[in-house]
Design a protein around this ligand. Structure first.
Ligand code: NAP
Ligand code: MG
Length: 485
């Protein structure tokens, strides 16, 4: 068992309290980390504030240097990928093969935004006057990065990449359950990137209180948040009650994965399972509503059931494991409670409880329910290996069901008819629409939600906008006085 400190102003420091970190596959304590209270967070904020205000990190002349820092971060992650992936799996319970992919994605994200650091530019505007008018893009300032537990280091990278490329100073707050890879990453940074000014990159560990201290701070200019819609609401209230800092929100979803009768049955059923069971279903864009056209409904459900039986639950450190435990005891109770609700209001097809083969750990059976779109399991985000399968008649009906949700993060459509696919692509109210696939995510393309799934976009050229201000500059070229008075 290891004891960690948190990273503030280039030093590893303790906090008012400590917290035990659990391996969800065993229930055992694997580490002790600081539990930051408001006073601890305020110190990190002060360090970030001072670093942003007084160091040359933010200067446009330093864009190349910022890019190089991000390339170094990428290299550190690539060199230590195996160790980091193993730690991620021990802490979050995700299958090691998925953690390997995550570490590669973390490095790719740093590389992408490292390259972008030198490509942030304004525009010149033709105004109807004897003048020169242009814009400057400047870092928003001190940014709080508050992230969830489902992709711990990857969600950190999605925010660190653009924030650091833009020239911000950052305070990263991992989820209370999964701070370990962020803390190991901070150790690597401290040791290997001395050119990063102290206070530009900080990691505070703790729970909601720490997040709230960041949100309420008058010294923080921006909150970038990924997590639940419920906490998203708290954040908007906190921001409204403090300094109206800028906010971007990546929230949850209840994404429809829509299967028309002409889709390839084998590819489609693979897509239905991958869409919802990857990472134990702990995915914001999970295709947790599988909408199937009536004509193929029975057959489709049969194949889904057959293939779901093949999902190998087990020790997430074993490479053959395809599904690990959910992240915590608390989340296990939340997910299994939904299973009980589902058994009352819908028809259970398979699964439906804790995975009994496991004496330890927070394992849940992959579960399929048949339902319509009115049940709680079809409407509320469960964030576990649970799918609601819902029949539909035709395109109009599919769209009506797809849109009958407060969320709009993602959607997928499966069909061999390109006209139908493109009609659906245009009609669907979601930030990400996949056709004949579900879940691929690329740093080059924007990620974010319509409706109550969030505000703003991460990744891609749009991602850095969330960490930039735009300054208009107007230079008068006429030497004549205004002559108004
Ligand atoms: P969460 O409870 O909303 O927490 C997210 C982060 O916010 C955690 O670091 C959390 O700290 C912190 N937090 C909690 N209360 C806060 C408050 N009042 N003020 C400021 N920060 C606060 O989410 P989670 O349980 O970690 O993750 C699951 C949720 O995240 C799901 O609903 C999922 O849909 C969503 N998610 C969305 C995306 C996306 O890209 N749209 C990606 C991943 C996950 P604690 O750790 O102490 O709770
Ligand atoms: Mg939480």
């Amino acid at each position: 068992m290891k004891t960690y400190n948190m990273y503030v102003n280039n030093e590893f420091v303790s906090a008012a309290d400590t917290r035990e970190i659990i391996n969800p596959a065993t229930g055992e304590v694997i580490a002790i980390v600081p539990e930051a209270g408001k006073a601890d967070v305020d110190k990190a904020v002060a360090a970030a504030r001072a670093a942003f205000d007084t160091s040359n990190w933010k200067d446009s002349a330093n864009a190349m240097a910022r890019g190089r820092v991000l390339f170094k971060m990428a290299e550190l992650v690539r060199k230590n990928a195996a160790k980091l992936a193993e730690l991620e799996t021990r802490n979050a319970g995700k299958p090691i093969v998925e953690s390997d992919f995550d570490m590669n994605d973390v490095a790719t994200c740093f590389e992408y935004f490292g390259g972008m650091a030198t490509k942030v530019h304004g525009e010149t505007l033709n105004v109807p006057d004897n003048a020169l008018n242009f814009t400057l893009r400047e870092p928003v300032g001190v940014a709080a990065l508050i992230i969830p537990w489902n992709y711990p280091l990857l969600m950190a990278a999605w925010k660190l990449g653009p924030a650091l490329a833009a020239g911000c100073a950052v305070i990263l707050k991992p989820a209370e359950q999964t701070p370990l890879t962020a803390l190991e990453f901070a150790k690597l940074v401290q040791k290997n990137i001395p050119e990063l000014p102290a206070g530009i990159f900080n990691v505070v560990t703790g729970a909601a209180e720490a997040g709230k201290a960041l949100v309420d701070s008058m010294q923080v200019d921006k909150v970038a948040f990924t997590g639940s819609a419920e906490v998203g609401r708290h954040i908007l209230r906190g921001v409204a009650g403090s300094n109206l800092k800028k906010v971007s929100l990546e929230l949850g979803g209840k994404s429809p994965n829509i299967f028309f009768a002409d889709a390839d049955l084998n590819a489609a059923t693979d897509g239905a399972l991958f869409g919802v069971f990857i990472n134990q279903g702990e995915v914001c864009s999970a295709g947790s509503r599988v909408l199937v056209q009536q004509d193929i409904y029975k057959k489709f459900l049969g194949v889904m059931k057959k293939k779901t039986k093949r999902i190998k639950l087990g020790d997430p450190l074993k490479r053959e494991t395809k599904m690990g435990p959910v992240v915590s005891q608390e989340h296990f109770e939340r997910v299994t409670n939904y299973l009980e609700i589902g058994k009352k209001e819908a028809r259970l097809v398979m699964g439906g409880g804790p995975a009994k083969a496991f004496k330890k750990g927070f394992y849940v059976e992959p579960t399929i329910f048949e339902t319509d779109n009115t049940t709680r399991i079809a409407r509320e985000e469960i964030f576990g290996p649970v799918v609601a399968v819902i029949p539909f008649k035709d395109e109009t009906d599919a769209l009506k069901i797809a849109h009958d949700t407060p969320y709009g993060l993602a959607a997928a459509v499966w069909s061999r008819d390109i006209f139908k696919c493109l009609r659906m692509v245009k009609a669907l109210r979601a930030g990400i629409v996949w056709v004949n696939t579900m879940q691929p995510c690329y740093v080059e393309s924007p990620w974010g939600g319509y409706k109550q799934s969030g505000q703003g976009r991460e990744l891609s050229l749009h991602g850095i906008d969330e960490f930039l201000e735009t300054k208009q500059v107007h230079i008068n070229l006429s030497e004549a006085p205004i002559g108004w008075y």
